[in-house]
Design a protein around this ligand. Structure first.
Ligand SMILES: Cc1ncc(COP(=O)(O)O)c(C=O)c1O
Length: 364
C-alpha cells in the first residue's frame, strides 16, 4: 500500500555523524557549533548578525523585545498564518492587530496594513507564508512612511528570495524556525537575523537570562538557547538547503503542469519572487466536485497525506475572537475553509508525483 506523508524530514548519515561527534565531545549545550551555525546562516542570508535559539516562536518573541515592544503598543500581523505570529506579540504585552492577506499569494495586504496603522503601532510582522515572500516593497513602504519596525516571519522560507535577495535581510529582524518539517531542520530550533549590532547584542542577552556577565543580570531574559546538538544538525542541513529547495521547486513545477481539475487552483507566484514551497497549497473553489473533507479522505484512502494550513484564521481563534464583530479579515476566513496542502517535500520521487497527480485528476 502506497504511503506518502504530507511532510517528511530529510535526515541522512551525515546529520547522525554530526550529532554523534557532539555527544562524544561531552560539550552538549551552546558552544562552538552554535557560533559556527550562526555565522554560516548569517552569511547565507547576507546579513551581518544571526542569533540562534530554541525555536521560531522564541525568535519572534525576542525580536519584538529587542525592539522594546511591550504593553500599550500595537503590532500589525496577518490573520492567515500559524498562531505563533500573533502569540509572540501577545507574550510581550503588546496587541496584535489582524489584517487580511492577498487571496492569490497568501501574503499580508499592504493597503490593509496601511489602513490599520494607529499612533500606537510600532511594528509590522510580514509572514513569508508557505515559502513565498510577502509583498516586500509594499510593506516596506508602509513601515518607512510611519517609522515602523519590519519583522519578517521567515519560519517557512529559508532560502526564499525577492529580486535575488534572501529573506531575513529585508526587515530589521528576520525570524526563522527549524522545526522538524521545515525546509531545513534542527528538530526544534530558531534563528533571528539582523543587520544591527546593537539588536544582536540585545537578542543575546534576551536568550540567556538577561546576563551581561557571568551571574550579572541586566534585564529580564529567558533561557532560549540552542544546543550544540541542534546546531550540528543545522550545519549539515544548511549545506543541503539549496538542493532541498530546488527539489521542492521541481515538484511544484510538476504539479503546476500536471494537475488539472475544474475548481482546483494551483499556487500563484508574484513577480520577482523565488518561492521555496514549504507547502504546496491548492485552493478548492465552489466548482470543485468534492467537499474538502471528502477530498482529503479520498486521498487518504489512496495513501496520500494532506493537511490544512490553517483551518481557522487567527482572528477567529478562541484566544483572540471577539463576539458579534463584523469579519475584519474575510479573505483569511475564506482561505481557511478552502486551502489544502499536498506533499511537496524533497524526498518525493517521480513515481509518487505522477501517482498523486493521477489521483487528483481522476476527481472529475
Ligand atoms: C509562520 C510561522 N511562524 C512561526 C512559527 C513558530 O516556529 P516554531 O514552531 O519553531 O516555534 C512557525 C512554525 O511552525 C510558523 O510556521
Amino acid at each position: 500500500m502506497v504511503q506518502i506523508p504530507v511532510a517528511r524530514p530529510a535526515i541522512g548519515q551525515d546529520e547522525i555523524s554530526a550529532v554523534t561527534a557532539v555527544l562524544e565531545s561531552g560539550m552538549l549545550a551552546a558552544g562552538e557549533r552554535v557560533l559556527e551555525f550562526e555565522k554560516k546562516f548569517a552569511d547565507y542570508c547576507s546579513t551581518t548578525h544571526a542569533v540562534a535559539m530554541m525555536n521560531g516562536t522564541a525568535a519572534l518573541h525576542t525580536a519584538l523585545l529587542a525592539a522594546d515592544i511591550g504593553p500599550g503598543d500595537e503590532v500589525i500581523v496577518p490573520s492567515f498564518s500559524f498562531i505563533a505570529t500573533a502569540t509572540a506579540v501577545s507574550m510581550t504585552g503588546a496587541k496584535p492587530v489582524f489584517v487580511d492577506v492577498n487571496e492569490q499569494t497568501f501574503g499580508i495586504d499592504p493597503a490593509q496594513a496601511e489602513d490599520s496603522v494607529t499612533p500606537k503601532t510600532r511594528a509590522v510582522i510580514g509572514v513569508h507564508l508557505f515559502g513565498q515572500p510577502f509583498d516586500i516593497p509594499g510593506i516596506q513602504q508602509v513601515c518607512d512612511s510611519h517609522n515602523l519596525i519590519l519583522i519578517e516571519d521567515a519560519a517557512q522560507a529559508q532560502g526564499a528570495m525577492y529580486n535575488g535577495a534572501k529573506t531575513g535581510g529585508f526587515g530589521q529582524f528576520g525570524c526563522f524556525s527549524f522545526y522538524a518539517t521545515k525546509n531545513m531542520t534542527t528538530g526544534e530550533g530558531g534563528m533571528v537575523t539582523t543587520g544591527d549590532k546593537a539588536y544582536s547584542e540585545r537578542l543575546r542577552l534576551l536568550i540567556n537570562h538577561g546576563q551581561s556577565e557571568k551571574y550579572l543580570h541586566t534585564r529580564l531574559g529567558y533561557n532560549y538557547r540552542m544546543t550544540d546538538i541542534a546546531a550540528a544538525i543545522g550545519l549539515v542541513q544548511l549545506k543541503k538547503l539549496e538542493k532541498f529547495n530546488m527539489r521542492r521547486r521541481k515538484n511544484a513545477e510538476y504539479y503546476d503542469t500536471h494537475i488539472s481539475v475544474n475548481g482546483l487552483v494551483t499556487p500563484s507566484v508574484a513577480p520577482g519572487m523565488y518561492h521555496v514551497y514549504h507547502q504546496y497549497v491548492i485552493r478548492l473553489t465552489d466548482e470543485f466536485p468534492m467537499k474538502r473533507g471528502d477530498f482529503m479522505e479520498y486521498l487518504k484512502v489512496k495513501g496520500i497525506g494532506t493537511a490544512v494550513h490553517y483551518p481557522l484564521p487567527i482572528h477567529h481563534q478562541p484566544l483572540y475572537a471577539r463576539a458579534n464583530e463584523p469579519d475584519s479579515c474575510p479573505v483569511s476566513t475564506s482561505l481557511a475553509s478552502s486551502v489544502l496542502s499536498i506533499p511537496v517535500h524533497p524526498l518525493l520521487d517521480q513515481k509518487e508525483l505522477a501517482y498523486i497527480c493521477d489521483a487528483i485528476n481522476r476527481v472529475k
